[in-house]
Design a protein around this ligand. Structure first.
Ligand SMILES: *Cc1c(COP(=O)(O)O)cnc(C)c1O
Length: 376
């Protein structure tokens, strides 16, 4: 029998002090969670923490047992919302190895989000090191079944004490993780969407490009309004004309024009108010690999309605790390009425792209673009 080498601790990218839990989850309980994880409901046994102060910069990176955080009531983020996050997944491969998908992209976006909120930027090496350290310590929490993964949630908070309104002089970074099954447990069933014209997610010059907590707080009322209209998700339009399609909930959108060999993809261009999704970016390349033309453009709500009526637009789907690709089947709106896309069914191009991206993420095909980062 071949001896499997022990999994290293910490990370070679950045020194991280490792203190493992003296009271880890019993393996029978962990097996129960892995069998039916829901979407990231049960955190693993550890977390990573690091601190930034003006004099010391980033320091004290540590892996510690998962547990509650305690903050002084005057901590900046509790009042003024200096809070950003990321989301990515680790997958277990057939050979037992564990990898993540394009983690340096998330690291760059995390730094961009920090800059927009006047927060200290976390070095990309520390971001990826924290992922390596946590996944190595909690490697037994990475599911092996297809369509399951370990969801990773990095986040950073402004934690200086005092109620003055200014950029915090202290930041705390954390990474937690939880096993994840399918984001939409009903399976890949097309969603219905509500075109939001009362509420906007983001305006040029605002925080739409940043993955900050406040964007989500501002979006919840529109999601509730969509639900009142019997829709699963909200679709965001541009803030000025309330006409140009931007995103769906916390996901980017793609429109499929034509079919078969003449199929062509268009995704709303990054105008400054859209979140630059890594799934969105990856699909531009995956489409090209499949010989499908893909471009960034502008799609108005009228284009969407008329394109579906004429048959020019054949499929629409949303994409993001959590749910990968979700087809959009029905659109409802106040001013333009309701309509269906591909008869409310899941389209062929949507499924091909989803399969091709998942094949890369789960190691079924060679990683030609060097997107996978091996952790252990
Ligand atoms: C995170 C997010 C996305 C998707 O980004 P991915 O990197 O593909 O996961 C899209 N829109 C919003 C608003 C988001 O917060």
């Amino acid at each position: 029998m071949t001896q499997t080498p022990p999994i290293p601790q910490g990370s070679a990218l950045w020194p991280i002090d490792v203190t493992t839990s003296s009271n880890p989850t019993p393996s029978a309980r962990r097996a129960e969670v892995l069998a039916d994880p829901g979407f990231a409901k049960f955190p693993t046994d550890h977390m990573v923490h690091a601190t930034w102060t003006a004099d010391a910069g980033w320091h004290g990176a540590e892996l510690i047992p998962y547990g509650p955080l305690v903050f002084d009531p005057t901590a900046n983020f509790l009042h003024y919302g200096q809070a950003i996050f990321e989301g990515l997944k680790a997958y277990r491969y057939a050979d037992g190895s564990i990898k993540t998908f394009r983690p340096f992209r998330n690291a760059t976006r995390f730094a961009n989000s920090a800059r927009r909120l006047a927060m200290a930027e976390l070095p990309e090496e520390l971001f990826v090191a924290s992922i390596e350290a946590l996944v190595r310590a909690d490697n037994e929490w990475v599911p092996s079944d297809a369509e399951k993964s370990l969801y990773l949630r990095p986040f950073m908070l402004g934690t200086e004490l005092g109620l003055g309104v200014r950029p915090s002089a202290r930041y705390d970074y954390y990474l937690i993780a939880a096993p994840a099954g399918a984001y939409f447990p009903q399976g890949i069933k097309p969603v219905s969407v509500w075109l939001s014209d009362d509420y906007v997610r983001a305006a040029a010059g605002g925080t739409g490009e940043a993955k900050c907590a406040g964007n989500y707080a501002a979006s919840l009322i529109a999601q509730a309004e969509a639900a009142q209209h019997g829709c699963d998700q909200v679709v965001w339009l541009d803030a000025v004309e309330r006409r140009w399609v931007e995103e769906m909930g916390g996901m980017n959108l793609y429109f499929v024009y034509g079919s078969g060999d003449s199929a062509r993809l268009v995704t709303p261009k990054l105008t400054g108010s859209l979140l630059p999704g890594i799934t969105r970016d990856s699909l531009l390349t995956v489409a090209e690999d499949l010989g499908i033309r893909a471009e960034e453009g502008s799609i108005s709500v009228e284009d969407w309605r008329d394109g579906c009526a004429s048959g020019e637009i054949t499929e629409v789907f949303a994409c993001g790390t959590a749910a990968v690709i979700t087809p959009v089947g029905t659109v409802k709106s106040r001013n333009l009425g309701s309509w269906e896309i591909s008869g409310g069914a899941t389209g062929e191009v949507t499924m091909r792209l989803r399969g091709a991206l998942l094949d890369i993420q789960t190691g079924q095909v060679p990683d030609r673009h060097n997107w996978l980062h091996t952790i252990c």
